[in-house]
Design a protein around this ligand. Sequence first.
Ligand SMILES: [Zn+2]
Length: 102
Amino acid sequence: MDTENRTVPFECRRCWHVWEEDFIVLTETDRHGHDNEFWTLHGVRVPPPSAEASCVRCGCQQVTTFPSGYLRRHPEVVRQGEPVAPDASLLRSPAPPRPFYL
Ligand SMILES: [Zn+2]
């Protein structure tokens, strides 16, 4: 079984935050000669990175992935500046509160 470190860049389509995650990919060749990849993140098996990931800043589920190592070749993609402060307002349910005795 081969082990490979892959750094995958992500970009959020809502807040345009760019970040990278370091995966470890285990490659195993089965008895038919097919390579099977198993992706792990922080020691936990995860699905391969895809556009279904969530933004680490705003939670939006519309993100884009780039090929491994893309940000090293294109540092202009990473925006410089102060990070955006998180929204301090409380999350509220759209349902009206029920009376306490029900
Ligand atoms: Zn975002």
